[in-house]
Design a protein around this ligand. Structure first.
Ligand SMILES: [Zn+2]
Length: 210
């Protein structure tokens, strides 16, 4: 299977999962995979991501010039390309409007980060980035202070962006952010949120290095 066909199948699969979980509705969200040094496969604008077909996906270069595809690339192409321009180690990016995460992004309340050991181990800090008008250059600008050192971002009044060495890692990180947001909300309802102590965090930090 060619790398482009494999990438198309992966994006279609992740689109189905995101839609099934309610992380995107209607034509929301976007995804991309780096195929080669100067080739990015990206979801099309205006299509429901739960029902993508191979022919819907669009191949662009790192500057956003369309190489092949019948449809127009995602309206958030600037955001998607910014990821690859800044991060050589990243090969996939997933953007969704997952509702628990989105609620925190709309309330402009940062997630309590140090709640779940798995998130600390495998994701790290999730910054809340300043509101930026979707589809515009404001979005990369809002990510710029954080893009080099983080793999997940909560975008004010907009949604979530996660990165990975492949699309499965990016998607898992999206699930983790949404899970953490849900737990954050439940803790608020319970009226108590206990973050891990410095001592516990230090122990996790040591495990990371093994
Ligand atoms: Zn969006």
């Amino acid at each position: 299977m060619s790398s482009i066909l494999k990438a198309k199948k992966e994006i279609i699969e992740i689109g189905k999962r995101m839609y099934a979980k309610g992380y995107v509705v209607a034509s929301e969200g976007n995804m991309s995979i780096r195929i080669g040094e100067n080739r990015i496969l990206v979801t099309p604008a205006g299509k429901n991501k739960g029902f993508l077909k191979e022919k819907d996906l669009v191949l662009v270069d790192l500057k956003g010039k369309k190489i092949s595809g019948n449809l127009e690339p995602s309206s958030e192409l600037r955001m998607q390309l910014f990821v690859y321009q800044k991060r050589k180690d990243i090969n996939a990016a997933v953007h969704a409007h997952a509702p628990y995460s989105l609620a925190f992004a709309c309330a402009r309340i940062p997630l309590a980060q140090n709640l779940l050991p798995e998130v600390i181990m495998f994701l790290g800090e999730i910054p809340l980035t300043l509101y930026a008008t979707p589809t515009t250059e404001e979005v990369p600008s809002s990510l710029a202070p954080f893009i080099e050192k983080h793999n997940a971002f909560l975008l004010e009044n907009h949604g979530v962006l996660t990165l990975g060495k492949d699309i499965f890692e990016a998607y898992n990180r999206l699930e983790m952010v949404e899970h953490l947001a849900r737990v954050n909300l439940l803790c608020k309802i319970l009226g108590k949120t206990e973050e891990l102590s410095k001592e516990s965090l230090d122990k996790l930090e040591k495990l990371k290095k093994i």
